[in-house]
Ligand binder design. Structure first.
Ligand code: GUN
Length: 282
């Protein structure tokens, strides 16, 4: 089985960003700049945000973290985002989710400027994206396409199944696979007899949000399996995905591991998107 190594693809893409960042610096006298907003103390979010900042710095981009109080009000958060929208020195904005319960994700997705939306998740960004005219594309599905391309996996004509219908992963994933000429079926938590769909697929992208949901018996021989899941509930508290990866050896043609598959590519695509937005604005 071919292991689709997200770390290797990430290194490749990050290396390709370095001359672009240098060219941007030459032109503008500063590095592309990602502003990350985090509200409250959620420990997982704090780790993600630190990782994003570290990744920016490794490739020579600037990243600032705006850590806001758990009890910040909606008008205060909106004002913070509007300040970043107007700041000429900020190229990308990312508001880390989930937000504390009293705050509105809906409002944030309407406030971040699509010209600075590094996540590609605001309603305007998604509108352009689904119309086939993306400013930037959502990071995780775009990262999956980059992995497939790196390993010369051409999805044209494939039967592809996406499991999960979120705006962050499932729906845009189905869109990108459709644009790449796969025949796509979008399955979700209410799908009857999920295995009937996944077993017929040449390519399955699993973003169900359920630890170790699918295994060998759910895939046909020589399927390509991409696992978007990330859970801390594997054996001995290890990270695991939505797929029982250890069952796939000798059965799947190719698969992404967890960790080291889609996860690193999501952050790398965030860097790529920030660089792209910076280049577009100058
Ligand atoms: N929380 C979990 N995944 C994401 C993501 O892709 N973007 C943001 N902003 N928050 C997240």
């Amino acid at each position: 089985m071919l292991i689709l190594d997200g770390k290797e693809v990430s290194n490749h893409v990050r290396t390709s960003l370095i001359p672009r960042i240098a060219a941007f610096k030459n032109k503008t006298g500063r590095a592309p700049h990602l502003a990350v907003v985090i509200c409250g103390e959620d420990p997982a979010s704090q780790v993600y945000v630190r990782n994003k900042k570290a990744a920016c710095e490794k490739v020579g981009m600037t990243s600032t973290i705006h850590a806001l109080r758990e009890d910040i009000t909606q008008p205060e958060l909106t004002e913070m985002i509007e300040t970043l929208n107007a700041d000429e020195g900020v190229d990308g904005i990312l508001v880390q989710f989930p937000l504390p319960k009293h705050l509105s994700t809906h409002e944030v997705l309407q406030t971040v400027s699509p010209l600075k939306d590094a996540d590609g998740l605001t309603y305007k960004s998604l509108g352009y994206f689904f119309a086939g005219q993306p400013l930037v594309s959502p990071c995780t599905p775009k990262g999956v396409m980059t992995i497939l391309k790196h390993y010369n996996i051409n999805v044209e004509g494939m039967n592809a199944v996406v499991v999960g219908r979120s705006n962050i992963v499932g729906k845009p994933m189905a869109m990108l696979l459709t644009e790449a000429n796969a025949t796509v079926t979008l399955c979700h938590s209410k799908t009857k007899n999920l295995a009937q769909f996944t077993k017929n697929a040449d390519l399955v992208v699993v973003a169900a949000g359920k630890a170790q949901l699918l295994g060998k018996d759910d895939f046909k021989k020589d399927a390509i399996v991409v696992d978007v899941g990330m859970h801390g509930s594997g054996q001995g508290g290890k990270l695991c995905g939505d797929v029982r990866f250890s069952e796939l050896e000798g059965w799947a043609k190719a698969a992404t591991p967890v960790p080291g598959g889609v996860g690193p590519m999501t952050i790398t695509t965030l860097l790529e998107n920030t660089c792209l937005l910076a280049e577009k604005r100058v």
